[in-house]
Write a protein of this length. Structure first.
Length: 271
């Protein structure tokens, strides 16, 4: 049985959907990262550009100014505790700067489609790469949520992007596949993907799931606000753990770690 890790989210943004503006600068971002490490995060994912539906892009300079100081500030404590640092970006230039600052994972929600230099850059950097299913930027994605068979189509499109990453020189064992819950997907689509996780764990790569506080949970819970969806997120994290997912990406860490610890303990006893 493989262990499921928790990737804690650090959004150094003013407009992320549930925590925009809460950590507006490097000092606050580093402080939040230290808190997530204390809660048990195995990975910290630092992002400087909101990718929520409808979000507008920030400039390259602004994104660099947001993420690089946070990664630099977390490098020493992360190394000391064995925590990996990840950068959540669609820009090759930001990925390169973040890795130079201490990141060992590039989390690209566009799967290399937003910046044609991304895959070659990651291959040259020699770091892990989260390749996510994507059909357009924040202002475009909802209109692209059209599928005849969402599980099969997302699988095929994601597999094609993972193959593109391999063709660019990224080692297969460095690729992490993410079906992209909420990205060009309705709530119904997200639930179908979660109900068929074996399709994605069967692609031959580690799988990352980012369900934390997303709108499909709010829809199920009759409009519950984003900041009140952590218990529902914990349930999804447990489901992912039971289905062999490598890591879950979450805003809140301690409950996710606790749930995964319990489920892994029970699975070990049952087997």
């Amino acid at each position: 049985m493989s262990h499921t890790s928790v990737m804690g989210i650090i959004n150094v943004t003013p407009d992320s959907f549930s925590d925009g503006g809460m950590w507006p600068d490097a000092h606050a971002g580093v402080g939040h990262g230290l808190e997530l490490i204390a809660q048990g995060a195995a990975i910290l994912d630092v992002g400087g550009e909101s990718t929520r539906p409808g979000a507008e892009r920030v400039s390259e300079a602004e994104e660099l100014a947001r993420v690089v100081p946070v990664i630099e500030g977390l490098r020493v404590p992360a190394t000391a505790t064995g925590v990996q640092l990840s950068v959540d970006t669609m820009r090759a230039s930001v990925a390169r700067a973040a890795v130079q600052a201490g990141a060992t994972i590039v989390n690209d929600v566009s799967g290399g489609l937003a910046d044609e230099a991304m895959l070659d850059t990651v291959a040259n950097l020699g770091v892990d790469y989260v390749c996510q299913h994507w059909r357009g930027f924040g202002q475009e994605m909802d209109a692209a949520a059209e599928y005849d068979d969402v599980v099969a189509e997302v699988r095929d499109e994601l597999q094609a992007r993972c193959q593109a990453a391999v063709d660019a020189g990224i080692a297969p064992e460095r690729i992490i596949a993410d079906p992209g819950l909420g990205f060009a997907k309705t709530a119904g689509h997200d639930w179908q993907i979660l109900a068929h996780l074996e399709v994605f764990t069967g692609l031959g790569h580690r799988v990352l799931i980012g369900a934390s506080r997303k709108r499909f949970l709010g829809n199920l819970l009759r409009g519950r606000p984003a900041t009140e969806r952590d218990a529902a997120t914990t349930a999804v994290s447990g489901w992912c753990c039971a289905h062999g997912v490598w890591a879950v990406r979450t805003h809140e860490v301690r409950s996710q770690v606790d749930a995964i610890t319990v489920i892994e303990h029970l699975l070990a006893l049952a087997n």
